[in-house]
Design a protein around this ligand. Structure first.
Ligand code: MN
Length: 717
């Protein structure tokens, strides 16, 4: 990895460097071994395995997987949103091409293999401060800590695998730079920042943190040291928002100038510094701080569109759970594994700073991690490595103090104390890992359906379904989708929500409109306009409510068909239908939200004559259509029973009508043992009619692949 002399050339009196390198390798293998716990558990389930390998467990992973697949294949379709330009896809394709390892295995294991690399910079940071034992403790802990594990476990194929590793190398470089003032380390630090921003565009915030902390550190402790300003200068150039190539060239030029023309450059360093500070701010170097603050202050729930047609859509942020504050207990557990360890880690980190003020440079990562307290749990991982070093410092300090009481066997006591206390920090995290039983994104049966679709649909065809399934569908079936894990704002969700919720005639019209206008939106200048605004323009309608009314009444001639549309209707969508409905339950003109349809799941307990009995005490009489509830008798409008006659055919259904004035429907899906109460609107929706009841309009749709878990229909027109 690193040459002993050129990189870690700091005199070390404790552990020989070769042995320390072996210890790094050991901690790395430990981190991977612990990750095998999930593999071992999941491998026992055939529904998690496809093509002889465990499937991945993160939805976004399928985006990168699609990109990597297309890079290897050497082609993809225009506008298919394939992630062929993403670094993680390129890295994946490169690994597959170089090693020849099976694609499914590479995307399964990459996160664990790369994510565990976190032990390397962690242990090297301790090493350069001559704290080898601190490094060993932190190295064992850092790779398996709660939140870090969750985001780098095997199968969690995502950019997270290097999102903490890369900035930790920046921290290492920064500590080395301030410690030694050697140009080569400054260069290393700047390029580590560039590598990070290349890998992960959101790196801007943390990279800006490095610039600010380096500047503050210089102003407070090293005001008179010109070399320190040089560090800040390099970091600032690395963070200036111009192309990465240009930044690399500028950094290289600066490096050469400083390294070979010391005197001249130092004479002008003030000018160079001022020039780059102005350039830095001018090009928007501070935006990564300013923008989130703006977003925080101007919190919007309904998104108003800026195009000439005034449209209002539902804001996705209302349904996303991740972006909310978390309680202290969870924060502590995610950062350190337990509350005690977390508090001790903070104490240890403060002691560490007190003794080695270079550790102040780690503050941006700590700060970003603690931001989770208000901004949501996805930030906790950033604090993990610094807190691991903090607890490591405290443990070694404590072990030293204890061993001093023993004249004989001082060494043994030192090791025993370290082993015991370290185990106490590891155990809660290992318990978490054992209990963290994540399932794969899709199960084998669903993937088999998609594999069939792949042989039926063309790559230019569209699949209409909720965005949750977009990436996996594109990966397994190589088709296009209207919405996906990265494209699901209110304006693009609206037509899909509409198509799933409305009766089939309207659904078919909206599906055709959405598909043709989505494709069209890629090829025109007014690209950032909602497709509905574009439709309205073409149909010469200025009032959004009128436009939707005309679609409702089927009073619009659909655009000519350019390709096929497939409806992907999975069982797993049933329970999220009220959420799906939110996106089309909004008045496009006013932004007023209508009530979303209601859906309520009942648990059947038994049958007595004509009566169905449910676990929560409800009793339904099929003969009379009366539902007995604790609040009294409720007359239902419809009872529908669906049953599967053949697993590869749409289900058959029987419908009993009761009170035409009642809005409540009971749906009994016999073979799934599921019973739902819902309103007529949801009952009449294309999703419920087609998936649950098999009542599809033969003039509009044709079943293509039917499986108890998923129904796929082709739109005929
Ligand atoms: Mn494609």
């Amino acid at each position: 990895m690193f040459q002993e002399k050129s990189f870690v050339d700091i005199d070390n009196k404790e552990i020989p460097i070769k042995i320390y390198m072996m210890l790094i390798l050991t901690a790395y293998l430990f981190s991977i071994a612990v990750r095998y716990i999930w593999v071992d558990w999941a491998s026992a389930f055939p529904q998690y395995i496809y093509n002889g390998e465990l499937m991945i467990n993160t939805n976004d992973g399928y985006l990168w997987a699609e990109g990597a697949r297309d890079i290897i294949a050497g082609f993809h379709q225009p506008n298919d949103l394939s992630a062929i330009n993403e670094p993680i896809s390129k890295l994946t394709a490169f690994i597959v091409n170089i090693t020849g390892i099976k694609f499914e295995s590479v995307i399964l294991w990459m996160s664990g293999i790369f994510g565990s690399l976190i032990v390397v910079p962690t242990m090297l940071i301790a090493r350069v401060l001559k704290l080898d034992y601190v490094g060993i403790v932190a190295g064992l802990l850092v790779g398996i800590v709660w939140s870090y594990y969750n985001r780098t476990m095997i199968g969690y194929y995502d950019t997270d695998m290097l999102t903490i590793v890369l900035p930790l190398f920046t921290l290492l470089g920064l500590i080395l730079s301030f410690q030694t003032k050697k140009d080569i380390y400054i260069l290393f630090t700047a390029f580590s920042m560039l590598l990070y921003i290349w890998w992960y565009p959101s790196a801007k915030a943390l990279n800006l943190g490095w610039v600010i902390i380096a500047l503050l550190y210089t102003l407070v402790f090293e005001r008179r040291d010109t070399q320190s300003y040089k560090i800040v200068l390099f970091l600032m150039v690395a963070q200036t928002p111009i192309s990465i190539e240009l930044r690399s060239v500028l950094i290289a030029i600066l490096y050469i100038a400083f390294h070979y023309q010391q005197e001249i450059t130092f004479k002008y360093i003030k000018h160079i510094f001022i020039f780059f500070t102005i350039a830095f701010i001018y090009f928007g170097g501070l935006e990564s701080i300013i923008n989130p603050i703006k977003g925080y202050i101007f919190h919007q729930s309904v998104i108003e569109n800026s195009s000439s047609i005034n449209l209002h859509f539902y804001a996705i942020s209302k349904t996303v759970k991740e972006a909310s504050s978390i309680p202290f207990e969870l924060l502590a557990k995610r950062i350190s594994g337990s509350e005690i360890t977390f508090i001790l880690s903070i104490i240890g980190y403060l002691m560490f700073i007190f003794r080695y003020r270079l550790m102040l440079l780690a503050l941006p990562m700590v700060g970003l991690g603690l931001l989770a307290y208000i901004a949501g749990l996805r930030f906790t991982v950033y604090a993990v490595p610094v807190m691991a070093l903090g607890i490591g410092y405290l443990i070694v300090w404590f072990a030293q103090r204890v061993s001093e009481y023993f004249k004989n066997g001082e060494q043994v006591v030192f090791y025993v104390v370290i082993i015991i206390t370290t185990s106490f920090t590891l155990i809660p995290n290992i318990i978490h890992i054992v209990n963290y039983k994540v399932s794969t994104v899709f199960n084998t049966q669903e993937v088999k359906v998609l594999d069939k679709l792949k042989n039926i649909a063309k790559r230019e065809d569209y699949v209409l379904t909720w965005w949750d399934y977009g990436y996996p569908i594109r990966y397994y079936a190589d088709v296009k989708t209207l919405i996906d894990g990265g494209k699901h704002t209110g304006d693009v969700n609206y037509p899909v929500s509409y198509a799933l919720l409305k009766p089939q005639e309207q659904s078919a019209l909206m599906a055709r409109l959405a598909t043709e206008y989505t494709e069209k939106s890629f090829n025109k200048e007014r690209k950032d306009e909602p497709i509905i605004a574009d439709m309205m323009r073409d149909y010469n309608i200025t009032d959004p409510a009128l436009f939707i009314q005309m679609v409702n009444e089927n009073a619009i001639t659909p655009p000519p068909k350019s390709r096929d549309i497939y409806y992907y209707l999975p069982l797993r969508m049933f329970n999220i239908m009220p959420t799906v409905a939110l996106f089309s339950s909004i008045d496009l003109s006013s932004g007023n939200e209508k009530d979303a349809p209601f859906l309520y799941a009942l648990r059947p307990k038994g049958k007595q004559g004509s009566k169905l009995i449910f676990t929560n005490g409800l009793i339904f009489d099929i003969k009379t259509g009366e539902l007995k509830t604790p609040q009294g008798i409720q007359k239902l409008g419809i009872f529908a029973l669906s049953s599967i006659t053949s697993p590869n055919k749409p289900p058959k259904s029987e419908i009993i009508q009761y009170d035409p004035n009642s809005n409540i429907v009971m749906l009994f899906m016999r073979d799934y043992n599921r019973v739902y109460l819902m309103d007529r609107e949801l009952f009449d929706s294309s999703y419920v009619q087609m998936f649950a009841l098999g009542r599809y309009d033969k003039s509009l749709f044709e079943p293509v692949v039917i499986d108890p878990l998923v129904h796929i229909y082709r739109l005929k027109r």
